[in-house]
Write a protein that binds this ligand. Structure first.
Ligand code: GLP
Length: 642
């Protein structure tokens, strides 16, 4: 390590580099691992790698595989130790970490099987302690781990060291946190299928590696990443203990870094260029912190809260307050498609054309509804031509019991009514496939198709509530999703082509999409990128030049008013319509009612987000609405960190 942190990094206790994308970050990490491997090979020694699982390192492994294939990087001198394994899963289980590592890395490189170490999830309970000690002895016998790759769980775990894990903890058996199990529920097709225990290297074991590389992508990690990097070292956030390591480096994409002080409050870490967006951010956060409406902020409020330079540069609190108040006011519109025949100089959407072609993309069914069902309803009510394109079928998100119910219904129907009897064979095939598979098994092709139909039926019903024209509700069933599974999606040209051709056919005046801050390997992260690629290919076309591209908020967190460029208020009645629409996605309700009461169903979260945005506007001194859906321009979102 070496140089001291820069002024901007002064709050950070782990050396952190922020990259524009996960791809650029992993190229750097992979290159440094490759250098180590080449150096060791030249010396006739082994390189010992500590490996992690989860979505985060997937791109890193793909880059290592590329280096192996294209640049002759050999793994013949590599020994690996994985951090953890689910307890109770056999190695061939599709969700076991052993299987994950084989599919993601080992099967594609020339590593010797005897050099691979992944904790054994089937070790008998009485042997676990001795087994874990032996795992540590094996690490020591190799001379210790040279580089340990780490992801971070939303609980702040590294490996499976959940909150409560001490800094001296060693390799052992642990119980998984509720949030961790919930995050793994999709992989296991239901929270109830996620193992309750795991074997993991301890925090102390991890800290003994010579070098640590902590990776995190996507805004869902931003809050915990900040705690780990800037917070106190505390066992409620085990990743914070990485601060103790003399050679730990953190690699983030912009979305995962967004809560770090240098991005969240850049004026706290040094002089800043007071751009319009940064100014708005500072005023909104000052008003929010002081619980004051914008128009009541005084010069002293700015001066006493580290914003004296802002007042110096803008003259006075009085003029600044009015300017920001007006900016916020102008984001609010009940006319998301533009208000015909009105002065639009201070409106987010142009008045012309009065009737617009609108194209809304939903990564999976329910995503767009959570973000903008009220706005969709309004756009339709204002007679715009709305096309709603579901990019993927979402079949992986349907629990078996939903499929079972639908099959039972069809069985009854086919017993009574001969006209559907030709469908009977298919029905029996479905029934058989469903019943013969174990709870964790992957679904067959037919079963996935059937589950996709369930989601389509739900989606159609929910669109009906919004008054959308059924012929304009499209299901693209993009191949990347149909061919893949969670953590293993690979978008290709055919996906981009399908989106591009739809855009060209519709030539929309407005496009709505989501996912700019999502984890890059997630369905919404992949969907975002491929829509953006498709739009880039259309860049020169006349319709595209006039097209506004709006991002809607994901269900993850409410946006602060300073991030919002269009705020669409919902009346109590419109909020009720939105909820009615959301409820039709019944297969997506939590499968564990107990957990649902802890963290809320997705529709409750969307309702809370929309209400809390409205309350935030209200507290800033703007009008008081029941709920607000929020949007920002795609272009501006891109440059937020520049
Ligand atoms: C998992 C693993 C961790 C991983 C973390 C984050 O449960 N045990 O090693 O870092 O959770 O997972 P992801 O990368 O999918 O977000």
């Amino acid at each position: 390590m070496g140089s001291l942190p820069s002024e901007a990094e002064q709050y950070e206790r782990i050396r952190t580099t922020v990259f524009q994308s996960a791809e650029s970050a992993v190229r750097l990490v992979a290159a440094s691992i490759a250098r180590l491997m080449w150096k060791r090979a030249a010396e006739g020694r082994t390189a010992v790698l500590g490996l992690a699982t989860g979505s985060t390192p997937v791109k890193l492994y793909r880059e290592l595989i590329r280096l192996h294939r294209d640049e002759g990087l050999s793994f013949s001198n590599v020994v690996t130790f994985n951090l953890d394994e689910y307890y109770g899963l056999p190695p061939h289980h599709p969700e076991s970490y052993r299987h994950f590592m084989e599919v993601q890395l080992f099967d594609h490189v020339d590593i010797s099987p005897e050099n691979i170490h992944v904790p054994d999830g089937l070790i008998s309970r009485s042997e676990v302690f001795g087994y874990c000690q032996e795992y540590e002895r094996k690490i020591l016998a190799t001379g210790g781990i040279d580089v340990q790759i780490l992801g971070i769980g939303r609980t702040g775990h590294i490996g499976f060291n959940e909150p409560g894990s001490g800094v001296d903890s060693r390799t052992r058996m642990v119980a998984l946190d509720r949030l961790t199990r919930r995050d793994a529920a999709r992989d296991f097709r239901g929270e109830e299928n996620v193992p309750a225990y795991a074997i993991t290297m301890g925090v102390g074991t991890i800290l003994e590696a010579k070098e640590l590389a902590l990776l995190a992508w996507g805004e869902s990690k931003a809050a915990i990443v900040r705690e780990a990097i800037e917070g106190p070292q505390i066992d409620t956030v085990p990743a914070s203990f990485l601060q103790r390591h003399p050679n730990c480096q953190c690699y983030l994409d912009e979305a995962a870094a967004r809560e770090l002080t240098r991005f969240r409050f850049p004026w706290k870490v040094g002089p800043v260029d007071w751009t319009p967006s940064l100014t708005r951010k500072a005023v909104v956060s000052l008003a929010s912190d002081l619980h004051k409406p914008v128009l009541r902020l005084r010069d002293e409020d700015y001066a006493e809260n580290g914003l004296a330079t802002l007042i110096l540069e803008t003259g006075s609190a009085y003029s600044l307050n009015i300017r920001i108040f007006n900016e916020l006011q102008h984001t609010i519109t009940g006319w998301p498609g533009g208000k015909p025949n009105a002065d639009d100089s201070n409106r987010p959407v142009p008045a012309v054309p009065g009737q617009k072609r609108v194209l809304v993309f939903g990564p999976e069914p329910l995503d767009a509804e959570l973000g903008m069902a009220g706005t969709l309803h309004r756009l339709r009510g204002h007679q715009h031509e709305v096309t709603f394109a579901y990019l993927t079928s979402g079949n992986l998100g349907v629990p078996d019991n939903e499929a079972r119910m639908a099959i039972s219904l069809l069985h009854e129907l086919s017993a009574d009514r001969p006209m559907v009897s030709q469908g009977k064979d298919r029905l029996e095939l479905l029934s058989d496939e469903l019943e013969k598979k174990a709870a964790f098994d992957e679904d067959s092709r037919v079963l996935r198709q059937f589950k996709g139909l369930i989601r389509k039926a739900e989606a159609r019903a929910s669109c009906q509530v919004l008054g959308l024209d059924p012929s304009k509700v499209l299901f693209l069933d993009l191949p990347f999703y149909e061919k893949g599974r969670y953590r293993q999606f690979n978008a290709a040209d055919e996906d981009v082509t399908a989106v591009r051709e739809l855009c060209r056919r519709i030539q929309p005046h407005q496009i709505y999409l989501t996912g700019s801050g999502a984890e890059p390997g997630s369905v919404s992260g992949i969907s975002f990128r491929l829509v953006v690629s498709a739009l880039e290919e259309c860049a020169g076309e006349s319709w595209m030049k006039a097209c506004q591209v709006w991002l809607y908020a994901s269900g993850e967190r409410p946006w602060s008013p300073h991030e919002i460029e269009m705020a669409v208020p919902l009346s109590p009645a419109e909020l009720a319509v939105k909820l009615d629409c959301l409820y039709h996605h019944r297969s997506q309700r939590s499968q564990t009612p107990f957990l649902a009461t802890q963290s809320g169903e997705s529709w409750q979260q969307a309702e809370n987000n929309n209400r809390s945005t409205a309350q935030h506007y209200d507290r800033l001194g703007l009008a008081e609405y029941e709920a607000i859906e929020s949007f920002r321009c795609h272009k501006d979102a891109e440059s937020r960190f520049s």
